[in-house]
Design a protein. Structure first.
Ligand code: ADP
Ligand code: MG
Length: 242
């Protein structure tokens, strides 16, 4: 197990956004979180990545307690977080966006060291291929489609070599073709990492999920394989039926 969230409570002005939640992620698992608006899905990711402090509960990642760490420390520990709207540098090229996302310092010394430099460029090329942007290296990020920006941001996260990737609605606003490609991308990513994805598109969820957790009012309503969760009468009532 790579992540264990136990008895997690997060409240905003007395309102319990997460209410004694338990949530577990296995190594190399692609774990999808679904549930109605306001269920606490984004809050769960915010708590894991250190953006929001939990009131009580534990968040164990690779045996370390994240709930005491700051956001940048959690990133360094190996957790990458993608927010709902793509955050890329519009005036920089695809290559430059990936380059500046590397955690390794690349100052004057780095530039003098050619061998390491070419390996670094190869690593960028590999990630650009993975996120379908290798033929767009020199384009400014601002010229990319919405879907391509989402992919670029995923590529920027991959530059940090996270062990756990948290993605909030990555296919929202994508075309059908882009959604299919993103499903392939997430399957590829999960071969070497754990991924938690929040998503509403059930076709997409079916295509990628190893395991699904349904959140409702800050609590876990159902959990398991998508086929099982889809048939759960409580899930149909609060979410799928609408
Ligand atoms: P979801 O992502 O499942 O749609 P959220 O986690 O964004 O839900 O929100 C869960 C609940 O917590 C909602 O009722 C939302 O209004 C509330 N909430 C989330 N963030 C904040 C905040 N920063 N301040 C106050 N209330 C918040
Ligand atoms: Mg949300």
């Amino acid at each position: 197990m790579i992540l264990a969230v136990e008895d997690l409570c997060v409240s905003f002005d007395g309102f319990k956004a997460l209410d004694n939640l338990n949530f577990y992620v296995e190594e190399h698992e692609l774990h999808v979180v679904i549930g109605p608006n306001g269920a606490g899905k984004t809050t769960l990711l915010d708590a894991i990545c250190g953006k929001t402090r939990p009131d009580t509960g534990k968040i164990l990642f690779n045996g370390r307690n994240l709930e005491r760490m700051l956001e940048y420390q959690i990133t360094r520990a190996g957790v990458g977080r993608k927010f709902q709207t793509p955050m890329v540098y519009e005036d920089l090229t695809v290559f430059e966006n990936l380059e500046i996302s590397s955690p390794k310092p690349r100052g004057v010394v780095g530039c003098l060291c050619f061998r390491r430099d070419s390996a670094f460029d190869e690593a960028i090329g590999e990630i650009a291929r993975t996120v379908f942007l290798d033929s767009h290296f020199e384009r400014k990020a601002g010229q990319l489609s919405h879907g391509q920006k989402q992919w670029l941001e995923i590529g920027m996260l991959l530059m940090q070599e996270p062990e756990l990737l948290l993605l909030d609605e990555p296919v929202a606003g994508m075309s059908a073709k882009e959604r299919e490609q993103t499903a392939d991308l997430l399957r590829e990513i999960a071969r070497g990492r754990s991924v938690v994805v929040i998503e509403h598109d059930m076709e997409f969820v079916k295509a990628v999920a190893h395991k699904v957790t349904v959140l409702h009012q800050g609590k876990m309503l159902a959990e398991g394989k998508i086929e099982k969760v889809q048939q759960d009468p409580r899930v149909i009532e609060v979410y799928l039926g609408h």
